[in-house]
Design a protein around this ligand. Structure first.
Ligand SMILES: [Fe+2]
Length: 190
């Protein structure tokens, strides 16, 4: 279940507004055209299953999304602490950018943190975990970090066969936000 943190604080204790209730998360994100859904129950897939197996298990959901959003291709991104050149890869995601197409992710395992920078409002963070589907519309300024466990496995859908193409804003806004996830074991500061 996604958490949304609004504002620059890391937690409620540091002044961030935190939304954890599903209907409120959906309603808040909908203001920005961001779709959020839970696909539950998720299919029972081993975390180390081959990508083909994951795509086959979720074939009907992927087809439904393709019909809805004009997505033409899907793949599986699989990132773990031992992934070679992980920091280089993460550096591409963690600078503010936008895309000419929607960013659609269904989280199979692990967690991650999207920051979204609306044109007229404060930056907010969306912490996603297994079972979360998120669609960030084309043109939305955002960036993405892993949580401290540096693990995520997700289905990605693309409207363009060329795949993930970022346009960096070079605003530097991302530098003002630490990628702090709450996570299941998070203990708020007092
Ligand atoms: Fe992106």
């Amino acid at each position: 279940m996604a958490l949304v943190k609004i504002g620059g604080g890391r937690s409620e204790a540091e002044g961030a507004e935190v939304i954890a209730e599903r209907a409120e998360v959906e309603a808040f994100l909908a203001q920005f055209g961001i779709d959020y859904e839970r696909w539950t129950p998720a299919h029972d897939i081993a975390s180390d299953a081959p990508s083909d197996e994951i795509l086959a298990a979720y074939a009907s959901e992927i087809e439904a999304l393709k019909r809805r959003g004009g997505y033409v291709t899907a793949d599986v991104i699989d990132v773990k602490p031992e992934t070679p050149n992980l920091d280089v890869m993460l550096a591409k995601f963690s600078r503010e950018h936008w895309h000419d197409e929607d960013e659609v992710r269904f989280i199979i395992e692990g967690r991650g943190l999207f920051h979204v920078h609306p044109p007229d409002g404060p930056v907010f963070a969306i912490e996603v975990e297994a079972g979360d589907l998120i669609r960030v519309p084309r043109g939305t300024h955002h960036w993405f970090d892993l949580c401290s466990d540096r693990r995520i496995r997700a289905i990605r859908l693309f409207q363009d066969v060329s795949g993930w193409t970022p346009h960096y804003t070079d605003s530097g806004v991302d530098k003002g936000f630490e990628p702090i996830c709450f996570g299941p074991a998070y203990v708020g500061r007092t």
